[in-house]
Design a protein around this ligand. Structure first.
Ligand SMILES: Nc1ncnc2c1ncn2[C@@H]1O[C@H](C[S@+](CC[C@H]([NH3+])C(=O)[O-])CC(=O)[O-])[C@@H](O)[C@H]1O
Ligand SMILES: O=C(O)C(=O)Cc1ccccc1
Length: 243
C-alpha cells in the first residue's frame, strides 16, 4: 500500500486545529499509523488469522472505521471461498476513495461493500466478525456503550469482536511510564519533538482513550461471554471479545 511520508506536523503552526481524517491525513495515513502505533503490522496480520478461525460461511464481517482498508485486506485474504460479505465503513470520504483503490489492487471472490457512513448509524447483522481497529477511541464516550450493544446484537453466537485502542491508565506512574515509552517509539521512527507535540495538541479533544477496566466492563455488561487482551505494547492494546 503506497503512502507519502507523514510531515503534517513538521512545521510550526500558529494554531493547531483539531485532528481530522481529511485528504491530507488520508494521503499519508499508512506511514503515519505505522510510525505512530507500536505493533500495528502485527495487529493487522493477526486480525487475518482471527478471521480464518472465526468467519463462518455466508456470514458478514464488519470493519468499522476502515481507513485505507488494511484490516479488510488482511481479512479478505483469509476468507476466500466462504461466500461472505465484508462491510468496510468509514465516515471520511478521502479515506473511502483511497481504500477503494487499495481494494481494487488485488483480485478476490469476496464482496466488499465500502460505505461512507457513520458507524453509529449502520445496521449490523449476521456477523461472525467485527473489527474496531483504533476507531472506538474517536467516538464520543457517551456513544460507545450503545455501539457495543448494537454490535453484540448483530453478531452470531461464537462470533468475535476485535477492539484495538490506545489505553489510559488510572495509575499516574504507569500512565507516565507507558506514554513516555510511546513517545520514544515515535522519536525512534523519525518524528521530531515539534511533530510529536503539535500532533498531541491536535488529538487532545478528538481522541479519548478508556482504561482497560472500562473496556472490559463495557464488553461484559453488553453480553460478551469471553474477553482478553491478546496484544499490548506500551499504551496500545488489542482485545478480543467472543459472543
Ligand atoms: N463515527 C465514525 N464513523 C465512521 N468512521 C469513523 C468515525 N469516527 C472515526 N472514524 C474513522 O475511523 C478511522 C480511525 S483510524 C482506523 C485505522 C484502521 N482501522 C486500520 O486498521 O488501519 C485510527 C487512527 O487513526 O488512530 C478513521 O479513518 C476515521 O475516519
Ligand atoms: O500518534 C499518536 O500519538 C497516536 O496516539 C496514534 C494515532 C495514529 C494515527 C492517527 C491518530 C492517532
Amino acid at each position: 500500500m503506497n503512502s507519502q511520508q507523514d510531515t503534517i506536523y513538521a512545521h510550526a503552526a500558529d494554531q493547531i486545529a483539531d485532528f481530522q481524517f481529511d485528504q491530507r491525513v488520508a494521503g499519508v495515513f499508512n506511514d503515519m499509523i505505522r510510525r505512530s502505533v507500536p505493533g500495528y503490522a502485527q495487529i493487522i496480520n493477526t486480525i487475518g488469522d482471527f478471521a480464518d478461525r472465526f468467519v463462518v460461511p455466508k456470514s458478514n464481517v464488519y470493519d468499522l472505521g476502515s481507513s485505507l482498508g488494511s484490516a479488510t485486506l488482511s481479512i479478505r485474504r483469509q476468507i476466500e471461498g466462504r461466500a461472505c460479505q465484508i462491510f468496510a465503513i468509514d465516515n471520511s470520504q478521502s479515506m473511502i476513495e483511497r481504500c477503494k483503490e487499495n481494494l481494487a489492487a488485488y483480485v478476490s471472490d469476496t464482496q466488499v461493500n465500502l460505505l461512507c457512513a457513520d458507524i453509529r448509524d449502520i445496521e449490523i447483522q449476521h456477523a461472525s466478525m467485527v473489527v474496531l481497529n483504533f476507531t472506538l477511541q474517536f467516538l464520543p464516550i457517551s456513544d460507545r456503550d450503545a455501539l457495543i450493544k448494537r454490535i453484540y446484537d448483530g453478531m452470531l453466537p461464537g462470533g468475535i469482536l476485535v477492539i484495538s485502542e490506545k489505553l489510559y491508565f488510572e495509575d499516574n506512574q504507569i500512565q507516565h511510564l507507558l506514554d513516555s515509552q510511546h513517545l520514544n517509539f515515535k522519536r525512534a521512527n523519525g518524528y521530531s519533538e515539534l511533530e510529536i507535540s503539535q500532533k498531541r495538541s491536535a488529538l487532545e479533544n478528538v481522541m479519548r482513550p478508556d482504561s482497560l477496566t472500562v473496556h472490559q466492563q463495557r464488553l461484559t455488561a453488553n453480553g460478551f461471554s469471553h474477553f482478553s487482551v491478546w496484544f499490548q505494547c506500551f499504551n496500545f492494546a488489542s482485545m478480543v471479545a467472543i459472543k
